[in-house]
Design a binder for this molecule. Structure first.
Ligand code: ATP
Ligand code: ZN
Ligand code: MG
Length: 303
């Protein structure tokens, strides 16, 4: 048994994670959620002075919005679409027969105009775009959403459904770059306040296919993505728990968001992987919250 399997087994044995039979899909207990709630509070506090507009979303997007986002061009392998039964009695009878016989019954399922959200900030851009030209100081959003990515894994840190919290900046290149610079520092201070060891590295997204390799190289070369990595799974490399992304004018062009000078807006986001941060805390401070360092309990407001 390798070491990351053993961290996972310990989480299951302690009753912190409930297996569902699908890789990357877990239930969680009260201890896990208490840490999660503490992280939400701490992230809110870390950004409080900036008065970001709060947006919370369900784990799905309108299919139209999703299509326009361009996600299928870059990451078709991660996307999850929602399908529903829309048939009549006869179709239902057929469906029941197929299920009883253990046959494939998915042919009855019709697209529901919903796609599972791949990243929290994707829900933000169309809403900001709809409001027209940005104000002089641009915009800042505090967003959270459940996200889906079809990347089943045995690592407890790589989930198919997970919660992402982000600060998203929309504005001029100077505003957006200053935001990213600032949050790269704040992200590290945040990890320190949680007593977690980390490193920050340049990174890339796993763009799909042969053209994707070039996009990933170029993203890396231009320093568009950094990750704050924390060792969580023993016997494996450290895990990206925060990411600091600079999209240049990708979303500004896609959604026609403009700054007062008429230029396409630029965007950046600082994303917190909530389950990964909970697991990092459990990994480094143990499974008994009462034994955690007082400063960490304090940061999380655990009393
Ligand atoms: P990785 O390199 O580990 O695949 P990523 O680059 O895909 O991570 P982002 O797309 O930047 O991650 O997503 C923002 C944050 O969401 C990440 O920093 C991470 O903490 C979290 N995250 C991403 N994918 C997953 C996943 N499959 N399970 C749990 N958390 C995730
Ligand atoms: Zn984002
Ligand atoms: Mg990934």
């Amino acid at each position: 048994m390798d070491m990351h399997t053993s961290f996972r087994s310990r989480l299951v044995a302690a009753g912190i994670l409930f297996p569902t039979g699908v890789d990357g899909l877990w239930g969680r207990n009260g201890t896990f959620e208490a840490i999660y709630d503490g992280l939400e509070r701490a992230i809110t506090r870390a950004g409080l002075d900036d008065k970001a507009e709060v947006m919370r979303f369900p784990p799905a997007m309108a299919q139209k919005t999703f299509e326009k986002s361009g996600y299928m061009k870059n990451f078709p392998h991660f996307a999850g679409t929602v399908h529903c039964f829309c048939g009549d009695d006869r179709a239902h009878h057929k469906l029941m027969g197929q299920m009883e016989r253990g046959e494939d019954w998915m042919e009855n399922q019709q697209p529901a105009d919903l796609v599972l959200t791949p990243a929290a900030c994707y829900s933000v851009y169309p809403i900001v775009a709809q409001r027209g030209v940005l104000a002089d100081d641009g915009h800042l959003v505090d967003v959270a959403s459940y996200c889906f990515r079809h990347e089943p894994s045995l690592e407890p840190t790589r989930l198919q459904l997970f919660r992402m919290r982000e600060y998203v900046r929309i504005g001029t290149p100077a505003q957006v770059l200053a935001f990213r610079e600032d949050w790269m520092e704040r992200g590290q201070a945040f990890a320190r306040s949680l007593g977690l060891p980390f490193e920050v590295e340049v990174a890339n997204d796993p763009f799909f296919g042969r053209a994707g390799k070039l996009m990933a190289d170029s993203q890396r070369m231009q320093n568009l993505k950094f990750e704050l990595l924390i060792p969580v799974n023993d016997g494996a490399g450290p895990t990206a728990c925060l990411s600091f992304n600079y999209h240049m004018s990708y979303f500004g062009d896609t959604w026609d968001i403009r700054t007062p000078d008429g230029e396409p807006a630029q965007t950046a986001c600082c994303a917190f992987g909530m389950e990964r941060l909970v697991l990092a805390l459990l990994r480094h401070h143990g499974f008994d919250l009462a034994d955690w360092p007082a400063e960490v309990r304090d940061t999380l407001g655990l009393g």
